[in-house]
Design a binder for this molecule. Structure first.
Ligand code: ZN
Length: 468
């Protein structure tokens, strides 16, 4: 009985402590201000309309950086520019022209790192999904290879970077990738994750014009194209923008979003919204809760689209500093839950947090599934606990991914407010709970974790696997 009583007492004290541990007054202030005083929507509008698509190293990217810095300064914040040099790329006046059996200039865009090549004409051959075995089974030497949107009969669809390497090794002249979305859309993207110039030109063409070419080939017609490639690779100087809010200790939590985008649209969804949410979170902390246990570092990474350059450079410079956690925002729409990204020890905390946020539709709850190819990756590869939100984007917000229609009209202010509130609450709790299992995984543990979630395959194909 006595035992029972003290057990009950313990449970009671325990639950009071847990409930009292949440900083709800601050949550309320964050939520109210995120909606009522939201600054990020207007800042993003300026970045999109006054600068435009922010290809790293471009004039537009520099203009946008200046706007971001000016807006941060208006909040009384002194951002730092951390400059670095990286393999950059400039889009030129490229042309893909059908010359046989008729004449037609196609809508085509070069992939990143496609390099200047003397104009040539050659005949076209269907390379289907572009797997190695497929390219071995046809003669592609001296030809332009059409890679269709069809699913391979066996195995995985190769990456565009892989297809270009396979085709170049078999002495093809160029590769045309047919997009898989209807409506005259092309799909920008990099052709190398390490910044090497593409060995042969690779272009994205529309689904509709791709199918046209496919039909001609199926009819046994001789199809010839002329390709002019004026895009080129060059080293560029650029910078990440960093804002630091000092904490009680120098151990820090990094919040990041990539600031650069492709050049075709305005980079509003990818990743204007992530950059805007980061801006709003900085504002909320600066104005409502500037003092925290852990130091907070907010980073707008540059050069993500060409190969995560900004976050890799940040980790080269700061990787040995005591970074205890990282939160990444890439195309973060309306929050639907939290992702523990393979760091199992944080799941109970995230579950507890989610259960308190009853006015948000966090219908996906807490998932624990790491992913690759955004700025958390260099942190993840060093075993640093990292988190992201699961989020919903409307159909028209995602359908222009890496294309012309990624423009400011798709941005929703209410989604920005919701995401900024949730990220701020998550950050507040993480940054004031040193008792959470902040511990970097060792190299072996990191490799094990990545294998457990089957990420070793994609990382190897992208030549990003740094483990044995
Ligand atoms: Zn992105």
């Amino acid at each position: 009985m006595k035992l029972m009583k003290s057990f009950l007492l313990l449970v009671l004290v325990g639950s009071v402590l847990i409930a009292g541990d949440w900083h709800k007054e601050t949550w309320n202030a964050f939520c109210g201000s995120a909606f009522v005083d939201n600054a990020s929507y207007r800042v993003l509008q300026r970045i999109c309309d006054e600068a435009g698509g922010r290809l790293v190293g471009s004039l537009q990217n520099e203009k946008a950086l200046a706007i971001l810095i000016e807006e941060l300064q208006k909040l009384g914040i002194k951002p730092k520019k951390e400059s670095f040099t990286m393999p950059g790329w400039v889009r030129g006046n490229d042309e893909v022209v059908l010359i046989e059996p008729t004449e037609r200039k196609f809508k085509a865009i070069a992939l990143g790192y496609v390099d200047r090549t003397p104009t040539f004409s050659a005949s076209l051959v269907n390379g289907h999904a572009g797997q190695k075995e497929m390219l071995d089974s046809i003669n592609i030497k001296g030809k332009i290879v059409l890679i269709t949107a069809e699913k391979p009969k066996r195995g995985k669809r190769p990456l565009r970077s892989e297809v270009i390497r396979f085709a170049a090794a078999r002495e093809a002249k160029a590769v045309l990738f047919v997009n898989n979305k209807v409506g005259g859309l092309v799909l920008a993207g990099t052709s190398s994750f390490q910044g090497e110039p593409a060995p042969i030109p690779g272009f994205s063409i529309t689904l509709e014009e791709g199918k046209w070419l496919e039909r001609l080939l199926a009819e046994g017609k001789n199809v010839r194209l002329r390709i002019k490639t004026e895009s080129f690779c060059k080293q560029v100087n650029t910078s990440n923008v960093v804002v630091t809010l000092g904490g009680k200790v120098k151990e820090k939590i990094v919040l990041g979003a990539h600031f650069d985008s492709w050049d075709l649209g305005q980079g509003s969804i990818d990743n204007g919204i992530g950059s805007a949410i980061l801006f709003e979170v900085v504002r909320l902390f600066k104005q409502i809760h500037p003092e925290n246990y852990f130091t907070l570092e907010f980073v707008w990474f540059n050069g993500e689209e060409l190969g995560l350059w900004g976050s890799k450079k940040y980790m080269e410079a700061h990787g040995e500093e005591p970074i205890v956690a990282m939160i990444n925002m890439d195309m973060t729409g309306r929050p639907t839950g939290f992702n523990a990204m393979g760091f199992d020890g944080f799941v109970p905390f995230l579950e507890g947090l989610k259960n308190q946020l009853i006015g948000f539709d966090l219908e996906r709850g807490v998932i624990n599934r790491p992913w690759t190819n955004s700025d958390h990756m260099p942190f993840m590869m060093k075993g640093i606990p990292n988190f992201s939100l699961t989020a919903h984007l409307d159909k028209e917000q995602v359908s222009y991914y890496h294309s012309l229609g990624d423009t400011f009209d798709k941005v929703r202010a209410d989604y920005l407010s919701q995401a900024a509130a949730i990220v701020s609450i998550l950050t507040l709790e993480l940054s004031n709970r040193p008792d959470l299992p902040y511990k970097r995984l060792s190299k072996e543990q990191t490799a094990q974790m990545l294998k457990k979630y089957h990420l070793d395959d994609i990382l190897k194909r992208e030549k990003e696997w740094s483990f044995k």
